[in-house]
Design a binder for this molecule. Sequence first.
Ligand code: SF4
Length: 221
Amino acid sequence: MTDPKCALCKPKYCHEGTTEDEKLPDFCPMKNFKAVVQNIKQKYGAEDIKDFFLSAALTEKEAYDEKAAREQGKIIPVRPRIREIAEFAKKIGGEKIGMAFCCGLSDEASKAHAILEGHGLEVVSVICSCGGIDKEEVGIPAEYKIRSPKDFESTCNPILQAELLNEAGTAFNVMIGLCVGHDMLFTEHSTAPVTTLIVKDRFTGHNPLISLYTRYHKNIT
Ligand code: SF4
């Protein structure tokens, strides 16, 4: 069976509602996984998914100027992602939400904390270095330390971040700048669903799109 390669498809036929086999590329999952496509369609009506899914759809709709979309067909965004996260939380009735953040984005985390609280949400936040554990204590070789191998260097502790937010019983958790790999461990161990507010990209000021948009990055990607 051919694996899906939607990123290589032009145009994105599904987005236009075109589903006839003869028009679709060979790697199209709509062509090769018809039963899966049909089965998944049913899942959105399930009791444990329906409200969550509808809240996501409404959050998406409200992210645009409704009048401009309806009357002029114009798609004009009206709110940033952090506002979308707050509005989504309210829609699902999630009064307590978690925040797992990187120490390097402490200022941003504290601002996000205040904004979300301003929306009436209770925020539980855990920093990556929680535990104050030296990297060597968890099996990381001294030479993997960023600074001197002789000095204390706290390990990121994504599993603890997840566990503390699990204990707090958050409705969902927001990641702020967790490292590649640590973000995956956090997601894997979080019992609540996870969304991202800020993705870490040290080189681009946490804007990974820059390396896709400019040719100045082509030799380092
Ligand atoms: S689902 Fe099919 S039509 Fe849609 S982007 Fe993927 S390959 Fe293209």
